[in-house]
Design a protein. Sequence first.
Length: 592
Amino acid sequence: MSTRRLELLLKTLLLLVVFAVSGGPLVKQFQDPDFFWHLKSGEWIWEHRALPEEFLFVSTPPANPAVMQRFTMTSYWMIQVLFHLAHSAGGMGAIVALRFLLYGLLLLAVFLGKDGDDLVFLGLLVPAVIILAQYAVERPQYVSFIFFACLLVLLNGIRTANAAAALPLRAAAVPVLMAVWANCHGGYIAGLGIMAAWLLAETLKYLHPLLEPLSPRRYRFLFSAVVAGFLASLLNPNTYHVFEVVTQPSWGIVTIVEFLPTIAAYRLSPEPWLLVYWTLLGLAVAGLALSWRRPNLTHIALVASTGYASFTLVRLIPFFVVASLFVLCRLFSTPRLVGKSRFVFAAAGLALGVFFLRDAGKTYRNISRCTEVSEYRFPVEAANFIRNEGLQGNMFNLYDWGGYLLWRLAPAKTFIDGRNGDRKIYDIYRQIMTGEGDSVAHGLPFWKKYFQHRDIRYTITPIFDPLTGKLFGLLDDLEADPAWLPVYVDPTAVVFAEDVPANRAVVQRNALPKAQFFQELLDCCTAIIAVNPSFVQAFVARGDILLRLDDRAGALRSFEEALRLAPQHAYARARVARLRAQTAQPAPPTGQ
C-alpha cells in the first residue's frame, strides 16, 4: 500500500473513531443533576421577562453574599432561555438535537484552530473527545468550552490573517464573542485570563527578535481586541461584581468529582479517562521541552495556565484539552518531528479510541431512550407519585436530586440542590441524612426540630448512600418516629410523609406498615442486585438492612460479597471484621 493510501485510510479510520466515541454522550439518557434547574430557570426568565434576584423554589435560601446569589441566578440566562425554548418546541428530543449542535460547534472551532499535520491532529483529537465525553453537553459550562475554542481561533487569527480585511474583522469579533459569553456562563473569566496571558506573552516577545514578535500593526489590533474584549465582558447582569464572586472563599464538596483536583478525583474514582488527560498533559510538557531552542511564549502561557488550572480542578480540564489541541498539533508537526510522530499519533489514537468504544457502545444499545431521564440516577416514579398525590409542605431531598425535583415539582420547594454554595446548609443536610444530627434540642431530635422550622413535611431520598452503600441514618430516624410514615418505596427512592392534616389523606391511602418497612427495602436491594450483580453498594446496603432485621449471618454474607467485588471498601471491611468478631465470641453464661 502506498504512503498516500495509508494516510487516507488512517484519516478515515480516525474520523470514524472520533465520531463513534463522540456519539455516545450525545445519545445517552439525561443524567446531569444541574441541567434541570437551569431548564426551570430558563422557563421562569422567559415567562417573567426578568432575571431572578434570589434562588427560586428552595426552602433554605443559602446565606451567601447577595452578589454570589445574583451571580448564580443570572450569569447563565442566555443559554438557560435557549434550553427552555428548545424544550418548549420539541421536548427532550429538541435538547438532544441541541446537544449535537453544540458539540458540532465545538468540533468546528477546534478544526478551524488546527495548525499542523492532519494525522497528528486527528491522533490528538481522539483522546480529546474521550475526555470531553465525560462532560454533559446540555450544561451551560459546555458553551464556555466552545467560546474558549473560538477565542483561541480569533487570537491566533490576528497573527496569521493574510487578507487585509480579515485582520480587523477578527479583532472586532473578540468583544462580540466576550459579550455573548459573559451572558451564557461564568467561564468567560477563563477567557479574560487567556486574553491577558496571550497579550502578556506577545508583549514579552518584543524583547528579542528571535521570539518572532508580531508586527506593530498586528500587535495594535491584538491589544485593541483584548481591551475591547475586557470591556465587552462587563455587559452582563453582574458587570464588574463578578470579580467579587471570584475572590470569595470557596469550598468543595468532596463527593463531587468536578470540584476535586485530578489526583484526588482518581483516588475517589479511578476512571481511565483521567489517565488519558494526564498523558495529554505530559505530551504538552514534552512538546514544549522539545522546542526549547525556539520557545513560543504564547504556547507556554497557554499550556501553563490551562494545565495548572485543569490539574487542580477537574471541571476545568476541557479548557486544557482545547488548548492542547491548539498547541500540540503545531509542536509535533515541525519538520524535525512530524516524520516520526504522525504515524505514532495516528496508531495511538486508533488504539485508544477502540478501547473507549466500549463505553460508547453501552449507550448506543439504549439509543431509543436518549430522550428520557435516567431512572437509575433520578427518582422519576417517586416524583410522579408526589405530584399525582399532591403532597403538601416543603421537601427534604438528596443533594443530587434537587435540580430534577425542582424542575418536576415546582412551585414545591427543595431543601438543597446544585445551586447551593453555603457550607453551613450542606453540613446540616449531611448531618440529617447520615443521622449524625440526632442530638435532642428542646425535647426534639435535631432533624425533627429543623424540619418543623422549615415546614418540611415529606422526604424523598435513596435507600443508601450511592458512594458507599451505607444505609442513610435518616431512614432509621423516620422509621422510629410515629408521626412519619413511608408512603412510597421503589429501588430508586423512598418517600416519607408526616401525618399532618394537609397530607393525612395521602398517608391513609399509601402508608406502608412500618413492621414491613425494612423488608420492603431488602426486596428493593435484591431487585437491584438481580439487575446489576456487580453493584457493590447494593450488597453493602443489603447487609445493613439484614442487620436491622437481626439476620447477622445473612448480613455477614452480604458484606463479604461486597468485599469480594471491592476489596478496599472500608465500610464493608469494618462490618465484616465486627461481625466475625461477634460470631467468634462465646455466649455469655446463663444468668448473666
